[in-house]
Design a binder for this molecule. Sequence first.
Ligand SMILES: [Fe+2]
Length: 286
Amino acid sequence: MAIKRLNDNSRIVNKFWWISLVCFCSKKYHLLKAFIKGGNKISILLSGDFHAGSTGELSNICRSKLKGSWGDKYDTIKFQIILGDAGFLWPGNERADRYNLKQLGFNPWPILFLPGNHEPVLGMDLGQFKVADLGFGRPVYEILPNVYYMERGYIYNIDGMTLAVLGGGLSIDKAHRTEGLSWWPEEQWSFTEEKECLTRMEGQTVDYVLSHVAPNSIAQKLFHSELEYSGDKFIDRVAIFTDEIIKVLKYKQFYFAHWHFDRAIKEFCCLWKKTALITKDSCEEC
Ligand SMILES: [Fe+2]
C-alpha cells in the first residue's frame, strides 16, 4: 500500500514539475514585491478546512477572494497554513489534487498544513516524501509540489514567529467510513505522542498555537445553543488533551478550524470561510 502511494505521488510530482517551476519564480517575484511594499512586514495566512475543495472551499482561499479580503496585505503573505483537513492525497482523488494545485498555485506562496481528522497523510509512511528544510527549525514533508506537511506536537519558528503546532481530532462520522480509505485511526494522538508533546511544550512561550480542534473547554462554549450542541461531538480525546497543552504553554492567540464556522471567544478563533493574517506582533481575521 505504502509503495503504491509512493509511485502515485512520484508520478504527480514528476508530471507537474512545471507547477514547481512556476511557483518558484512566482514566489521569488512575490517576495521581492513584498519587500519593496512592506519592508520586513511578512505575514502568514491561516485558513480552515479545505477538504481538497470538495464542497467549494477553494472559493475561500482563491487569489481573487484573498486579494479582495486583504488588499495590499496580500503582498506581505509569505506562507499559508491550512489548519487541518486539507484533504490532499485522498485515495482516488488525484484529479482533484492536480486541479487544486493549479488553482492554489495562483497564490504565490507555499502551502503548509497540519493534520486534521480527515487527513490521509496520517495513515502514510512519511519516509516516502521528500524532507524539506524551509528554515523553520524543523523539517517539513513535501507531499505534493509546493505543499508541505507539518508534523503535530512541535514548535516551529517562521521568520521569528513561534508557532506551537497541534492537530488531529475526532471523526464523529467514522462509523460510516472505511479505515485506510476514508478514515485513519492516527487522527487520535498516541499516549507517547501526548507525553512527548507535553514535555516539549511545558514552560514554553510562543506567539501562536495552531490546531485543528479547540481545547475541549472552549469548543463547548463556542456553540450557540443546546440544540447545536451534541454531546458526542465533544468526547474528543484530542480536544481534552489540548486543554492540557494550553495549561503548560504561554501564547497570544489560538487558531483552529474543524467546526465549519467562523467564531471566536477570547483568544480562541475558529476559521472556516474567513482567513487570518498573523505577524510577529499582530493578528486579524477577515
Ligand atoms: Fe475536522
